[in-house]
Write a protein that binds this ligand. Structure first.
Ligand code: NAI
Ligand code: MG
Length: 339
């Protein structure tokens, strides 16, 4: 029986890469029972709002969503759909794998996953300016909120993820030498969680600035990284850069009430409608979604098919230096899924 899931095709190149993804999932024999809903500009055009209630209701029911990139409407006063979804479904863990796929880049053996706490830290919105004398913006202050509960659930997710995916080590990344209270609480809590995985998953901790340098010098040493919101935001983009950028970077947002899977890139308006977008990131997001529902073998098969189509069959879109179209990529990956 097919598992029900919400599908948001998205804006710009979204519908093109989503069509490719659906073709490949069908070839894989692990399709979902899709409830297609609108989001982003496509939803503004049809219903006047970027996040319709019907879309939220659908995700609440299915608890599972594959989402294409959404264009953030400019000048409409809409709040970001991504932020709204994060709040609505308490999506506390942002998961971003970075793996070398295309050979010949700077690094050959990167295979790491960054798990970023997604609801706390400096992103809680307590960010203000103050007036001093005649200067209305003389002083600015931001507040970072870290809770034991918030740290505990993201750390537990990271260790469970490591266990489920046969990973060996979790690195807790922090700045507890300076931010003794906030980063200190995160480190203390994550170390405590690590104790229940002793002998199963190795643990280490590293200060964030050293981690940034180590990621550039010797990224192969990392396996799973768990960290707070701001550090995770920066390090996950750094990690995407290590393996060749956005075209093959998937992401997952894991929450208590739902999980949403998406490519890390945006709607790429500069190439939308040309049929040349790389469907890789969306395909790898779908593989993460299969993992999440316990279909790890299917997820692995899909990842291998994407790699084989790019590396062995040399079917590459222009962003990867090739001449293939989105449709040709979908066909090549689908063929690999069937063989
Ligand atoms: P972008 O990621 O859409 O594009 C940056 C560059 O990468 C462009 O040159 C684009 O052609 C290229 N690119 C991106 N994905 C590609 C793919 N699959 N294949 C080939 N080339 C690809 O970032 P940009 O231009 O800053 O944002 C465009 C729109 O997307 C904005 O409205 C932004 O708000 C939105 N956005 C949405 C995200 C989401 O829904 N998660 C994430 C990032 C941006
Ligand atoms: Mg970011």
């Amino acid at each position: 029986m097919k598992r029900e899931a919400t599908l948001i095709a998205g804006d710009g190149i979204g519908p093109e890469i989503t069509k490719a993804t659906l073709e490949v999932l069908e070839a894989l024999g692990h399709d979902f029972d899709w409830d297609e809903q609108y989001g982003g500009m496509a939803a503004v055009d049809t219903g006047g709002t970027p996040l319709p209630n019907a879309t939220v209701d659908s995700i609440r029911r299915t608890r599972l969503c594959l989402k294409g990139p959404l264009t953030t409407p400019v000048g409409g006063g809409y709040r970001s759909v991504n932020v709204a979804l994060r709040q609505e479904f308490d999506l506390y863990a942002n998961v971003r794998p970075a793996k070398t796929i295309v050979p010949g880049g700077r690094y050959t053996n990167v295979d790491l996953v960054i798990i970023r706490e997604n609801t706390e830290g400096l992103y809680v919105g307590l960010d203000h300016t103050f007036k001093l004398g005649g200067d209305r913006r003389a002083l600015a202050q931001a507040m970072s909120i870290v809770t034991r509960e918030g740290s505990e659930r993201v750390a537990r997710y990271a260790f469970e993820y490591a266990k489920a995916h046969g990973r060996k080590k979790v690195t807790i990344v922090h700045k507890a030498n300076i931010l003794k209270a906030t980063s200190g609480l995160f480190l203390e809590t994550a170390r405590h969680v690590a104790k229940s995985y002793e002998g199963v998953i190795a643990v280490e901790d590293k200060i964030v600035d050293n981690t940034a340098m180590q990621l550039v010098m010797k990224p192969e040493q990392f396996d799973v990284i768990v960290t707070t919101n701001l550090f995770g935001d920066i390090l996950s983009d750094l990690a995407a850069g290590l393996v060749g950028g956005l075209g093959l970077a998937p992401g997952a947002n894991i929450g208590t009430h739902a999980a949403i899977f998406e490519p890390v890139h945006g709607s790429a308006p500069d190439i939308a409608g040309q049929g040349i977008a790389n469907p890789g990131a969306q395909l790898l997001a779908a593989a993460m979604m299969l993992d999440h529902v316990g279909e790890l073998a299917a997820g692995n098969r899909l990842r291998r098919a994407v790699e084989a189509a790019i590396v062995e069959d040399n079917v590459r879109t222009p962003d990867l230096g090739g001449h293939a179209t989105t449709a040709e990529c979908a066909r090549a990956v689908a063929r690999r899924c069937r063989s």
